[in-house]
Design a protein around this ligand. Structure first.
Ligand code: GUN
Length: 278
């Protein structure tokens, strides 16, 4: 039976450390949380991030804009936030309404306030291993592996999913730790034959029940980045948890695995942003 990689507990520790540092150094730290439209999942994520801010002693400033907000209006808001000394980090919750160009918006965020690390410059810095801000989800996964003292160097790591937000930077962070990394995607041939090679398997697909135990090597570490709803509307990951946890050595639950770690790294990045700016 797999040991649980408990993101809820680890994120609570990290948030406590952040709170202590903010209190000891008497820092005033602010995060702008921008949400456009009324996507219910985004609303939940934004509310969670605001709650994390409160727990850390970070002031969250919410900007909830209507669906019909124009790209220009959103860009003008970000320019204002770039210039605002009370705002140390800017987060614009994705997905955006279709009429707004993601790149145009993200590239407007000041490099010193890019706490999601979504700008091209931040992505390039991740490639080079010389970053100010770590990408939140991949960095959260790395913290979980580190806390459990799971060796990465020399290990076969397989990432399923090649998104700019998770799959690609995840592969890069594992590579920086000297893993042998394979990225799989929808065009990968014979996916199970590849995933079965993995000592560490990271799934970031976004499809419930995608990873079954026949795709997993005995004693593999299985990290589930998926955030899906099953047919009953219940939150679940990409991994068939019941059967895979019988075979894996470690596994992340959903909820309570990677999700809270993503948000803990966001809090860390916001504190780093404050220090960078002062
Ligand atoms: N949508 C899904 N995950 C994220 C995230 O980490 N940051 C932002 N801004 N939007 C998201």
């Amino acid at each position: 039976m797999a040991k649980i990689l408990d993101g809820k507990a680890l994120s609570a520790e990290i948030k406590q450390q952040i709170k202590t540092e903010i209190e000891q150094d008497n820092l005033k730290v602010g995060l702008a949380v921008v949400i456009v439209g009324a996507d219910p999942a985004s609303r939940v994520y934004v509310d969670n991030k605001k709650r994390d801010c409160t727990e850390c002693g970070i002031t969250s400033h919410e900007f909830a804009l209507p669906e019909e907000t124009t790209q220009q209006e959103l860009i003008e808001l970000i320019e204002k936030l770039n210039a605002d000394e009370n705002i140390n980090g800017i987060l614009v919750q994705q997905p955006f309404p279709k009429h707004i160009n993601v790149t145009a918006v993200n590239e407007t965020i000041s490099p010193l306030k890019d706490v999601d690390a979504f700008r091209f410059e931040s992505a390039g810095r991740i490639m080079a291993g010389k970053y100010s801000f770590l990408p939140c989800t991949p960095a959260g996964v790395m913290e979980l592996l580190r806390a459990a003292e799971i060796e990465i160097a020399g290990k076969e790591c397989v990432v399923i999913g090649r998104s700019d937000i998770v799959g690609k930077p995840m592969a890069m962070l594992l590579l920086h730790e000297n893993a042998t990394v394979t990225i799989c995607h929808s065009r990968t041939k014979d996916l199970p034959s590849v995933t079965k090679r993995a000592d560490i398997l990271v799934s970031a697909v976004g499809i419930a029940d995608f990873v079954s135990s026949d795709m997993v090597k005995e004693n593999a570490v299985v990290v589930d980045v998926g955030m899906n709803r099953n047919s009953e509307g219940k939150l679940c990951g990409d991994v068939k948890y019941a059967e895979v946890s019988e075979k894996a050595s470690y596994i992340t639950p959903v909820p309570g695995g990677v999700g809270p770690m993503t948000r803990a790294v966001l809090m860390k990045n916001t504190l780093s942003a404050k220090k960078l700016q002062s």
